[in-house]
Design a protein around this ligand. Structure first.
Ligand code: SF4
Length: 64
C-alpha cells in the first residue's frame, strides 16, 4: 500500500487537502494538519491523488 508523506515545513494549513479528501486529512483548531491514516487505502487513492494536486505549496506526496 502506498503512503502519504507530508512536508510539515511547507504546509501552511490552507485546508484544500481536507476539502478534497476529508476521510484522510484533518485540520485541527490551530490549523495543524493531521492524517487519519498514513497508508492509502484503495478506495482513497483517487481522492488522495487529487489532494496532492490541489495543495498550493506542494506539501503532499504519495510514496508507492
Ligand atoms: S492543502 Fe497543502 S498546505 Fe493546505 S493543509 Fe493540505 S498539505 Fe497543508
Amino acid at each position: 500500500m502506498s503512503r502519504i508523506l507530508v512536508d510539515f515545513d511547507r504546509c501552511e494549513g490552507h485546508g484544500l487537502c481536507e476539502q478534497t479528501a476529508p476521510e484522510v486529512f484533518r485540520l485541527d483548531d490551530e490549523g495543524e494538519l493531521h492524517l487519519t491514516r498514513e497508508e492509502v487505502a484503495p478506495e482513497d487513492e483517487r481522492a488522495v491523488a487529487a489532494a496532492v494536486r490541489v495543495c498550493p505549496v506542494a506539501a503532499l506526496k504519495v510514496r508507492p
